[in-house]
Design a protein around this ligand. Structure first.
Ligand SMILES: [Zn+2]
Length: 85
């Protein structure tokens, strides 16, 4: 989940809490808690994820030198078939 969505959840929770303190106490509290949990999870996940341009790990094709996803069975550009483990 993107950090922006987690922040939006917290913001919506605060808005509900401020505008409707009577019925909004429990739902807004839940939204804030969910937003905080997802925000922390997103931050932890970002720290553990490998660095890249957002495409995930890639490997070079020996046939045409283009990049393919790590799990690709064949090159999507020239059709070169990778050896499977
Ligand atoms: Zn190729």
């Amino acid at each position: 989940m993107p950090l922006r969505v987690a922040g939006a959840l917290i913001l919506v929770g605060i808005v509900i809490l401020v505008t409707n303190p009577s019925w909004g106490l429990i739902p807004s509290f839940l939204l804030i808690v969910i937003g905080l949990v997802f925000g922390i999870m997103t931050l932890l996940g970002k720290g553990a994820a490998p660095r890249g341009s957002g495409m995930g790990p890639t490997k070079a094709c020996p046939g045409c030198r283009s990049r393919n996803p790590m799990g690709a069975a064949a090159c999507r550009h020239c059709g070169y078939r990778y050896a499977q483990p």
